[in-house]
Write a protein that binds this ligand. Structure first.
Ligand code: KIV
Length: 290
């Protein structure tokens, strides 16, 4: 296994922005994926609530529970990745009160997260202050926030008018003041992503927010081609993992059916003497000893 370097720290992420070095984040939801991400030199792993539609079979992120988020976070953390592990706070885990937000953020940290992410500003800014006040680093998330997609008019790009772009920038500044160490910008015009990035001293991580952001994030199943359906405009597929899996499974099924698998190299052996003794016992009607 590849030797992992020193784990990333918050100040390393801040330093990447100062050095104008792009920050790379991916989602991951299990131990082997987190190990591979770490070995590939990824800086941040988000245990996203996108697990809802990517691994748990829900239609959106909304049904994801704290139990599920904590279980996935602990699986990722067990990889002991070099990347910073961000636990995503699911819908319902922070909206009701600051106390709820702190209790659930603590749960994700106990499960192995180094930091948490939550969607929104406005009333949610007080949740950020409370969680940061409890000593837990928070990543913000603005633009298209899937947990409140209904309020936003659906899963569509945000900040496309002067007024909504102005609101986005104000929210971003508010989250920075509240103590966020970084901010995800999802589905906003590239020029607005760049403006927000220039206005903040904390790093922005874009997903459909253009190349002017300090870093980029994509969902594991999108970037590796595990999801094959229609994807949002910003998705780029870097591999065809679904195709590889399908080829592997079809080859396995064909070889089992033809008898080509298992071959000689896949089976355990018994010496000729032991086999003859066993078969003699069988022939004599004796029950072979354990
Ligand atoms: O849950 C998730 O995967 C996310 C990313 C889209 C940033 O929040």
């Amino acid at each position: 296994m590849t030797e992992l370097r020193e784990p990333m720290a918050l100040h390393d992420i801040a330093a990447l922005k100062r050095a104008s070095t792009k920050i790379v984040m991916v989602t991951a939801y299990d131990q082997p994926s987190a190990r591979l991400a770490s070995e590939a030199g990824i800086d941040l792993i988000l245990v996203g609530d996108s697990a809802g539609n990517n691994v748990l079979g829900y239609e959106s992120t909304v049904p994801v529970t704290m139990d599920e988020a904590a279980m996935l976070t602990s699986a990722v953390a067990r990889a002991k990745p070099r990347a910073l592990v961000i636990g995503d706070m699911p819908f319902g885990s922070f909206q009701a009160s600051d106390a709820d937000a702190v209790a659930n953020a603590v749960r994700l940290v106990k499960a192995g997260a180094d930091a948490v992410k939550l969607e929104g500003a406005g009333p949610m800014t007080s949740r950020v202050r409370a969680i940061v006040g409890a000593g837990i680093p928070v990543m913000g998330h603005l633009g298209l926030t899937p947990q409140s997609a209904t309020m936003l008019g659906g899963m569509k790009a945000q900040g496309r008018t002067a007024a909504t772009a102005g609101r986005l920038l104000a929210d971003a500044r508010e989250l920075e003041d509240a103590g966020c160490f970084s901010l995800v910008l999802e589905s906003v015009p590239a020029r607005i992503g760049a403006h927000v990035t220039e206005a903040l001293s904390i790093p922005t991580i874009g997903i459909g927010a253009g190349g002017g952001c300090d870093g980029q994030v994509l969902v594991w199943h999108d970037l590796l081609g595990i999801n094959e359906g229609v994807a949002p405009r910003f998705v780029k597929r870097y591999a065809d993992v679904a195709g590889e899996i399908r080829r592997g499974l079809e080859a396995f099924a064909a070889e089992v059916r033809s008898g080509a698998y298992p071959a000689d190299e896949h089976v355990y052996k018994i010496s000729g003497d032991e086999l003859r003794a066993f078969e003699a016992e069988l022939a004599n009607g004796e029950r072979p000893a354990d």
